[in-house]
Ligand binder design. Structure first.
Ligand code: SAH
Ligand code: SF4
Length: 361
């Protein structure tokens, strides 16, 4: 397994880290401001030759390691027929491929970013899970996806408002890099995405939830639930065997208590498996007393899973039960199915192969 990738880049450095690096190299830290302006406001991937940089910064950029840019190039870009979803496939320095999705309307776009190449968690319905784990992304490789999304939106006179870590990978299996990337992306001196508009989605890595709570990170947390008994959940989400529902829900309660924030639950609806009103009532029982919002996603078909996508009316009936119990509940738009907008599906269509949880955890 490749744990730490090959190429460090300017996108790996938070503002304070960049200041420290400049200082260490005998350059005044004040130059960080011009460099961040170029990287995150002008969205300039080739800052080296900029005439507006003062000579010390130009010299610094020209020497030493860790200043590689660009680090991710878009090799495929697909727009859905409905015009609301765009999918970007990136190639990284070692030719690994990850994807990001841009969804939404002018003025309120959401970018969905990847945190790993592949995923070790092996959820049976997920294209990325079917692919297996390849490697963690560096912070800069996550930041680069956000920069590219912002570049596209800026060219349309728009800007990136919402961010979800719901692309390929399990964010809490790559905790440090994800949090570092989010600190960079939300820094007001850079891309300036408001922390409360950023959501980290986890399959239920309990130590990650506890750590996230204790950091009092201002980002939102979503927990992908999918089932209300250990037997059903383990069949869909194998890591449930490691962190069963009782532990997961305890961690959720701890998060709610420590963070004081609302928690989001994700539920992928699969026809005949977890889409009955009775299942919805069981969710209500599990989360009773929590300040929680439930997000429903109708299954996106994948080649490795024979589950069926429920109709819109089944999803509506499911939502009604949850809403009637007093929990906000939304159905995520089933958009972009024609661009394979399900997690990992574009990449899966092109490449196969990777490791699975049993080999790694
Ligand atoms: N690993 C994290 C985040 C990435 S997956 C997690 O599992 O939460 C983001 C969301 O997409 C999860 O809620 C996941 O259950 C859902 N998802 C994955 N594959 C899907 C599919 N084929 N159809 C519908 N939702 C899917
Ligand atoms: Fe990994 Fe999330 Fe897909 Fe599960 S749903 S395999 S955790 S990316």
């Amino acid at each position: 397994m490749v744990r730490s990738p090959l190429t460090a880049s300017l996108f790996d450095l938070s503002y304070p880290q960049l200041e420290a690096r400049l200082q260490r190299d005998g350059v005044r830290p004040i130059h960080a401001r011009a460099l961040w302006q170029a990287l995150y406001r002008d969205l300039d991937c080739y800052p080296r030759g900029r005439a507006d940089f003062l000579p010390p910064l130009q010299r610094w950029l020209g020497e030493g390691e860790g200043k590689q840019l660009p680090i991710a190039s878009v090799i495929d870009r697909i727009e859905s027929g409905d015009g609301w979803t765009r999918k970007l496939l990136f190639s990284l320095a070692d030719a690994q491929q990850v994807e990001a999705v841009l969804m939404g309307f002018p003025g309120r776009f959401t970018a969905c970013l990847s945190t790993q190449a592949g995923c070790a968690m092996g959820c049976v319905f997920c294209a990325t899970g079917q692919m297996g784990f390849v490697r963690h992304l560096r912070p800069g490789e996550i930041v680069a996806q956000a920069v590219e999304a912002q570049r596209i939106l800026a060219s349309e006179g728009d800007s990136l408002r919402n961010l979800v870590m719901m692309g390929m990978g399990e964010p809490f299996h790559n905790y440090e890099a994800v949090m570092e990337a989010l600190r960079i992306i939300s820094d007001s001196r850079g891309l300036n995405v408001t922390p409360s508009r950023i959501t980290v989605s986890t399959v239920g890595v309990v130590p990650g939830i506890v750590r996230f709570a204790e950091e009092r990170a201002r980002f939102n947390l979503a927990v992908s639930l999918h089932a209300t008994t250990d037997e059903e959940r383990s069949a869909l989400v194998p890591v449930n065997q490691r962190w069963p529902l009782s532990e997961l829900l305890e961690a959720c309660r701890y998060y709610l208590k420590v963070s004081g924030q609302r928690l989001f639950f994700g539920w992928t609806l699969i026809e005949g498996r977890n889409d009955s009103p009775d299942q919805a009532r069981q969710i209500v029982e599990l989360i009773r007393g929590m300040d929680a919002h439930v997000n429903l996603i109708r299954l996106n078909p994948t080649t490795g899973f024979d589950g069926v996508t429920p109709g819109q009316s089944a999803a509506e009936a499911f939502r009604q039960v949850i809403q009637d119990a007093g929990f906000p509940c939304t159905i995520r738009q089933h958009r972009g199915i024609d661009v394979a907008a399900g997690c990992g599906q574009l990449k899966a269509a092109r490449v196969q192969g990777g490791q699975h949880a049993a080999e790694i955890l």
